[in-house]
Design a protein around this ligand. Structure first.
Ligand code: ZN
Ligand code: ZN
Ligand code: FE
Length: 747
């Protein structure tokens, strides 16, 4: 007989790990114990040496579905006096990490029971087990037990209680366990809020099949659902005041998704994973389904709650499923709120009486280079931490438009869910409330706080107020330095590297707007090594939507006539502003250059949503086109600055079609970035490059730029755990704050 001490690092708490170990140990006939530790779990097992090795292999290769095991180490120890196998109290309980599981999509076992006429939960829309079901969105406080969740209102019946207490059962300690006898119920109301008698799910299905728009209560909020037919969808757009933004769809299964889009193996795995994100897929025919999304890709997800499975039945293949909110407000989550605010939008309401404690939108990812490429990190991912080398308790407040925050503690960073634009008052309230909620859940009392340098961001105002109230240091982190640090942390990089940060807008250390930057440095500090020639934004914020203004500025500063925009309202004023420089702040944002190109190429003159110019320019680009335009560099006091005027001139005068010109525009930027980084790398000796910023959501660029950079001898790192856009900024701020923290002093 041999005894081993096994240390398991990773997320193993609240995911059914100890019952899993218990069952495995029983099968092998070992004795010993298991306990939680602050970094995972610890086991001591006694048995035959070979069997113990097989057990360790099994632990590494087949952990319970929700566990994230980062490392398993073991050593031989003196056998103790074990009475059998037991779960013993946690060591150093004062430092326990109370990790909270994200919401988990319905598992295969529950799905089978849901559709089994002989099961006691047949067609019960709230079936769940240890391996699936609601978590984060129903938890009010920790420790995580039923009484501290929205399920407190539903005492377990004796049958459910028996399952809950049986370590051999799949529902052992499944806090939301319930059944038709004891759990939540669905109901259906018409558009006026009048309850209708009958099977709620059937009533909703009938309305949907008749072409109506139905509000459906999900895990983290309400969806508006309808058939994906053009006239129905256009009706939804009118009612939702969402004229051009793409809609995501939910497909009944993978086969249905494959009838609309190309689905690779990695994409199929992501769609079917327990996280059940929306995966952005390439349409089979890029020109199809334009009423759903006006570019070549479509967001697709699979049913992730039992209610969704029942809703599709066997005769609905695909539904438009969009977050229920009006323009920029947070997702609607309460029954009363839904009836009040969506009365003019939905023709019916499929609701239930389990309260949504925490709002959480669907996550949105792409698969890039075989891995997740997050675009919106939310349901299914949050609140799992990202492992980072930060021991301190810190709060980072993020940016503003794609707001998030990030709390850190003992090797873990907890980035928040997608929050939306803080300029909306309700969004700001929700963001502040979530900071409090996360702080309580993970027992984090920040020792210091970080925010953006932008003086007008509401997250900055909150950070200033918070630092004063708590008497803790505040550090303002330059926006693109935070992007760079986020991508470094995402890849576990230490030391110094280069950051190519292509972004829309970020406040620079010189008070101008940056966003086409090459930074050199690490978490501690950076220097601005490269940039792009700034472009004037005539009318300031008016140029963010009115992107023709940026097109006019680009033409004018390239020595061309901007007359192609003379029909636009305010053209004369804009030209006078550009000439005199009044009310025309300068921006080196790469996003603005995309806006200018989209306008000059006649692709889009006014953006209906953020980044629309760039999205449509990417969609228009001819993938076969390999040509490019000329460009130059100027050394602006040590900053290697791309001069794009030659490119704009050549692009404007090029007689080729918009698709060829859009491709040549991006090819030029790719060539220019490769040359710029190669030169900066030679001068600095730094060879690692991180890519971050919202522009890197562009797959034309992502599919070409990294290879070009590698050809220059550079090592390229991209995001895979947090978003490249401003949602990822809070993680980067936390990293910069940790590195600059001075105990007892100012950060
Ligand atoms: Zn299950
Ligand atoms: Zn029950
Ligand atoms: Fe940004």
């Amino acid at each position: 007989m041999t005894a081993v001490r096994i240390e398991v690092k990773g997320i193993v708490q609240g995911v059914g790990f100890r019952p899993f170990v218990h069952r495995l140990v029983k099968r092998w006939g070992f004795t010993g114990w298991v306990r939680n530790t602050s970094y995972g779990a610890e086991l001591e097992l006694c048995g035959a040496g070979r069997a113990l090795l097989l057990f360790i292999d099994e632990l590494k290769n087949n952990p319970p579905p929700l566990a994230l095991i980062e490392g398993v180490e073991y050593r031989e120890v003196e056998p103790g006096d074990y009475g059998g196998f037991e779960i013993i109290p946690s060591r150093d309980a004062g430092h326990m990490e109370t990790l909270v599981s994200p919401d988990v999509g319905i598992c295969a076992d529950c799905r089978r029971e849901l559709l089994d006429v002989n099961d006691r939960r047949y067609h019960y829309p709230f079936i769940n087990c240890t391996n699936c079901g609601p978590r984060f969105t129903i938890i009010k406080s920790v420790p995580y037990d039923r009484a501290s969740t929205s399920m407190a209102a539903f005492p377990m019946c004796p049958d459910c209680a028996r399952e809950f207490g049986d370590i051999e059962d799949r529902r052992y300690h499944a806090q939301p366990d319930c059944c038709p006898a004891c759990g939540p119920r669905c109901f259906y109301l018409d558009g006026r809020g009048k309850a209708l008698a009958g099977d709620a799910v059937e009533l909703a299905r009938e309305d949907i099949k008749a072409g109506k728009i139905v509000c459906i209560k999900g895990l983290g909020g309400m969806h508006l659902a309808c058939l994906p037919e053009p006239d129905i969808v256009n009706g939804l757009r009118r009612r939702k005041r969402r004229d051009e933004k793409p809609f995501a769809v939910m497909c009944r299964d993978l086969d249905c998704a494959r009838r609309l889009c190309r689905v690779t193996g990695a994409e199929a795995a992501a769609l079917e994973s327990f996280r059940k994100p929306i995966v952005l897929l390439d349409k089979l025919d890029p020109a199809s389904l334009m009423h759903l999304s006006e570019n070549g890709s479509l967001g697709v997800m699979l049913p992730y709650t039992p209610l969704h499975v029942l809703l599709f039945g066997s005769d609905i293949d695909c539904l438009v499923m969009t977050s229920a909110n009006i323009s920029d407000t947070p997702i609607v989550s309460g029954n009363g709120q839904a009836l009040r605010e969506l009365g003019g939008v939905a023709d019916g309401f499929l609701l239930h009486d389990r309260e949504i404690q925490t709002k959480c939108d669907d996550s949105l990812i792409r698969i890039y280079a075989g891995r997740d490429y997050p675009l919106r990190r939310s349901r299914g991912y949050v609140p799992y931490p990202v492992t980072v080398p930060v021991e301190r308790m810190l709060l980072a407040c993020g940016a503003e438009q794609k707001a998030s925050f990030c709390l850190t503690k003992r090797g873990h960073a907890f980035p928040s869910q997608h929050m939306g634009d803080l300029k909306n008052a309700e969004t700001l309230d929700n963001w502040e409330a979530q900071i409090e909620h996360f702080s309580k859940l993970f027992d984090i009392r920040p020792e210091a706080v970080a925010c953006d340098m932008h003086p007008d961001y509401l997250s900055t105002a909150y950070a200033e107020e918070r630092a004063g109230r708590d008497g803790i240091p505040l550090l303002k982190v330059q926006h693109h330095h935070a992007h760079m640090a986020a991508c470094m942390a995402d890849n576990g990089l230490e030391g110094e590297c280069l950051g190519l940060i292509w972004d829309g807008t970020g406040y620079g250390t010189d008070g101008t707007i940056w966003g086409g930057e090459v930074l050199a440095g690490g978490y501690g500090s950076f220097t601005r090594a490269g940039s792009i020639r700034p472009i004037a934004l005539a009318g300031g914020d008016a140029a963010i939507d009115g992107i023709w203004r940026v097109g006019a500025a680009a033409l004018a500063s390239s020595g061309l006539d901007a007359g192609m925009f003379s029909g636009e309202e305010g053209f004369g004023t804009v030209m006078r502003m550009l000439e005199s420089g009044t009310n025309s702040p300068l921006s080196s944002g790469m996003g603005r250059l995309f806006d200018a190109a989209a306008a000059i190429l006649g692709i889009k003159r006014r953006a209906g949503y953020q980044g629309q110019g760039a999205v449509l320019l990417e969609a228009a680009a001819d993938a076969q086109e390999t040509g490019r335009y000329p460009y130059g560099f100027e050394d602006a006091s040590g900053v290697l600055t791309l001069d794009w005027r030659g490119m704009v001139r050549a692009m404007a005068l090029d007689g080729a079609g918009a698709g060829a010109r859009a491709a040549k525009f991006m090819n030029t930027l790719i060539s220019a970035a490769a040359e710029q980084l190669a030169r900066i790398s030679r001068a600095s000796g730094l060879r690692r490059v991180v890519l971050s910023g919202g522009v890197f959501q562009n797959m034309y660029i992502m599919n070409r730029l990294p290879a070009r950079l590698r050809a220059e001898g550079l090592e390229v790192y991209c995001h895979s755990r947090v978003s490249a856009n401003d949602e990822g900024v809070s993680l980067g701020q936390a990293m910069v704050l940790e590195e600059n923290y001075v105990p007892g002093g100012t950060a």
